[in-house]
Design a protein around this ligand. Structure first.
Ligand SMILES: Nc1nc2c(ncn2[C@@H]2O[C@H](COP(=O)(O)OP(=O)(O)O)[C@@H](O)[C@H]2O)c(=O)[nH]1
Ligand SMILES: [Mg+2]
Ligand SMILES: [Zn+2]
Length: 319
């Protein structure tokens, strides 16, 4: 049976292990589009319409979700537990919106030019860490930069073991550069400011020929107002065998409750804190502060500490 399960759609033991004995006859299906009133999903046999129970509404589902459905009627049985979830806090009193689920890698896209902004990249990193995805920094427009390596170095310093790739999003070489994260069954999503090249990169990874681009509406951002307003997100097959999810919504990030994401991002600060004299040290004015001692010793960048403090406050303050 295992060989007939949809690994190429991103299925893995994480999901298979959730199946109960009496669920063997159901089809695992991966949500590829969330519309206002309905869901579609991909199975090994192709795309199906999912019929939701009356009590559910589509806002409870995200593109990338795995669900179990009746293979004949498409009736939803249940959603499987998520490996990762990108959420967007609603502005004001609006509820949190689900953006995409079960993403392995989040490409944080920025350009090798004056728009490159360390603090913004750190926000995206905290967001990726907190969502349970692996961040990769993708620096576009390397073809127009005098010194792309300088941008690359700055980005790589932001988090331990952080992959950074510089490329030209318009070139097919980008497919090769990003291939470690785009292989069979892998799922990626892109975030980044407007104009950095996200749509260009999606087109390159999907491999739509230039002439066809205008016709393949699904590849364009769904927030472009027009034909795609009913489809909030969608899943596209990449040339490498993986899947890319359009995430048009994530522009401004509000970092609420991201303590865990910040701890990973600022590991060098997180690891010093237990050496501070006071357990609840804010690394601001307390005596015996190991973090400020590191700044004084020149081993910790004071600006990095300042940015940590700002994000920490925004995320909901204390430890
Ligand atoms: N030279 C160059 N231009 C790029 C690159 N990536 C994107 N662009 C251009 O930058 C503009 C904005 O790209 P777009 O994909 O719409 O950005 P998005 O807002 O992040 O989706 C377009 O004119 C692209 O052709 C790149 O790597 N090199
Ligand atoms: Mg775009
Ligand atoms: Zn301290």
């Amino acid at each position: 049976m295992a060989d007939r399960l949809p690994e190429r759609l991103g299925w893995s033991s994480f999901f298979a292990d959730q199946l109960a004995a009496d669920e063997a006859a159901l089809s695992p299906a991966r949500v590829d589009a969330v519309h206002r009133g309905r869901l579609t999903a991909l199975t090994v046999a192709g795309q199906i319409e999912i019929t939701l129970p009356a009590r559910d509404d589509t806002s409870q589902y995200a593109v990338g979700d795995w669900v179990l459905a009746d293979p004949v009627t498409g009736a939803l049985h249940r959603r499987l537990e998520r490996k990762a979830l990108l959420q967007r806090p609603g502005e004001g009193r609006r509820p949190t919106q689900l953006v995409a689920a079960n993403i392995d890698t989040l490409f944080i896209v920025a350009s090798c030019n004056a728009d490159f902004n360390i603090a913004r990249l750190e926000r995206y990193l905290a967001f990726a860490n907190d969502a349970g995805t692996e961040p990769v920094i993708v620096l576009t427009k390397a073809d127009t930069a005098d010194d792309a390596a300088a941008f690359e170095q700055q980005a790589a310093a932001l988090q331990r073991d952080l992959p950074v790739v510089t490329l030209n999003a318009r070139s097919a070489d980008a497919v090769v550069a990003l291939s470690p994260w785009c292989g069979a069954g892998a799922t990626v999503a892109l975030v980044g400011s407007s104009g950095v090249g996200k749509s260009t990169l999606v087109n390159t990874l999907v491999g739509v020929a230039w002439g066809e681009r205008q016709l393949t509406g699904g590849v364009r951002e769904a927030d472009a107002k027009g034909r795609h307003t009913t489809t909030s997100r969608s899943l596209h097959a990449m040339q490498g065998g993986g899947w890319v999810i359009d995430t048009p919504g994530i522009r401004t990030l509000h970092l609420k409750d991201m303590a865990e994401g910040l701890d990973i991002l600022f590991a060098e600060i997180t690891e010093l804190a237990p050496s501070c004299k006071f357990r609840n040290c804010t690394h601001d004015h307390e005596p015996g502060c190991a973090v400020r001692a590191a700044v004084a010793a020149g081993t910790l960048d004071p600006e990095r500490l300042a940015r940590w403090r700002k994000l920490q406050t925004e995320s909901g303050g204390g430890r």
